[in-house]
Design a protein around this ligand. Sequence first.
Ligand SMILES: Nc1ncnc2c1ncn2[C@@H]1O[C@H](COP(=O)(O)OP(=O)(O)OP(=O)(O)O)[C@@H](O)[C@H]1O
Ligand SMILES: [Mg+2]
Length: 468
Amino acid sequence: MRKLLINFINKITSVSLFVKVIGIALFLTLLYGFGTLLQTKTLLKTNLQKNTDEQLLLISRYIENRIKNSLLTDDWADVYKTIEDSLSIYNDIKYILVLDNDYNLLFKTLDYNVSKELILANKPEPGNIYKLKLLKTEQGYIRDIAMPIFDGRLGIIRVGVTINQIYQTLSAITEKLVISIFLVSIAAVFLSYLLSYILNIPIKNLTKAISEMKKGKMNINIKPIFNDEIGELTRTFNAMIENIKIEKQKRFDLMKKIIKSQEEERHRISRELHDKTGQYLTSLKMMLKSITKTSLVNANGNDKLAEISKALDESIDEIHNFAVELRNPILSDLGLIKSVAEFINNFSHNSNIKVSMRLDDKTKNMRFDPNVEIAIYRVIQEAFSNIYNHSKATTVDIYFKCSENKFVIEIIDNGTGFDVELAKNNPDRKSIGLFGIKERIELIDGIFFIYSKIGSGTEIRIEIPAKI
Ligand SMILES: Nc1ncnc2c1ncn2[C@@H]1O[C@H](COP(=O)(O)OP(=O)(O)OP(=O)(O)O)[C@@H](O)[C@H]1O
Ligand SMILES: [Mg+2]
């Protein structure tokens, strides 16, 4: 029962504002209208009935007063005259009956036979007090009075008046009132429709703006329609959007600064490696070469020197590659997607891992802020470096997807997989790769997921807002 009531209340409260306002207006109008109708009808009926009763009492007392002497003297002509007079005074009299105390009919105004039923239908109260009664007859409702003559010593007078008039008046008034209720209800529905329509416009505008905001749109400014509370709410909403825009811009500027300084630092290290460490190793190699050519070393020593020279070559190559990797990628001309495609080609070529890249038409020419593109590029670089160093994968799939408000990148390898929780919670780990990915993605307002299980490969998923 309680559940049913809660369900009912939930249903009612979840209808639209439009329906609520119209519903309440209509309900109140009908409640007030029919309440008034009922009250008016009851009051009118009571008053009319009281009026009839008073007249009935007056007329029957008048007859009783006049005929009691005539009855004592057996003057029937006078009885007849009294009754004639009474009929002429009060038009609504249906009948006047004079009965003796044994309920025998002594006189009647009706020109048809009076039934026994009518004669016995009303009797004075005990103690010979008059009695008023409503009788239902074939000709409609009749108000009847039974008045004892000479305190009940000479018989009873019965007077009956039709009260159809009262009912006719009542139904005419009811009809008029129902028509007015109907007209007032139409006016109430129309006015409440107008009111809810006016209220609904700014609310609809606000709802639309909020859903656009959720999609990342920030160029929103709603014009307040009225100077009321909703107008105030609209102005506050506009101010809030302005604040969010300023905060967003501040964060964005900070993000650009951070990425820029990171890139400058990488560039400095790259130059240092290339110009100093690389040069230093190259000159070491040349010195080694000059020693090899001299007769200072025997054949055994030469073999050793050749080995050192090979190791030096490898180190020079590695330092060179590392320096290239560190250098600022030129994304501005090619754009992120083409630069990644080129990187993947090189990766595949150098690592012998098959990489397939999939993207839809929407993502093909997608461009972001240069700093955001660099951040994404670095993240992809790190993910592939991990695949190369740890996964033993033979194939990698990289997907670029774009939905209404999200840009998604997925990198899936078929390698060994690893225990993500363990890698994350290892207290003395020196690795910073995954941590760096997370940091960079958060810096550009994105989310980073990694799913992996030992033996089932690794999947990296990056989601960033499409409008950044
Ligand atoms: N694709 C992958 N396949 C298998 N294991 C992985 C993969 N990516 C990461 N891992 C595991 O997660 C660990 C953490 O990776 P992370 O990139 O943070 O550090 P790292 O690569 O070891 O060192 P670095 O700081 O140079 O990146 C790795 O040591 C490796 O065990
Ligand atoms: Mg790594």
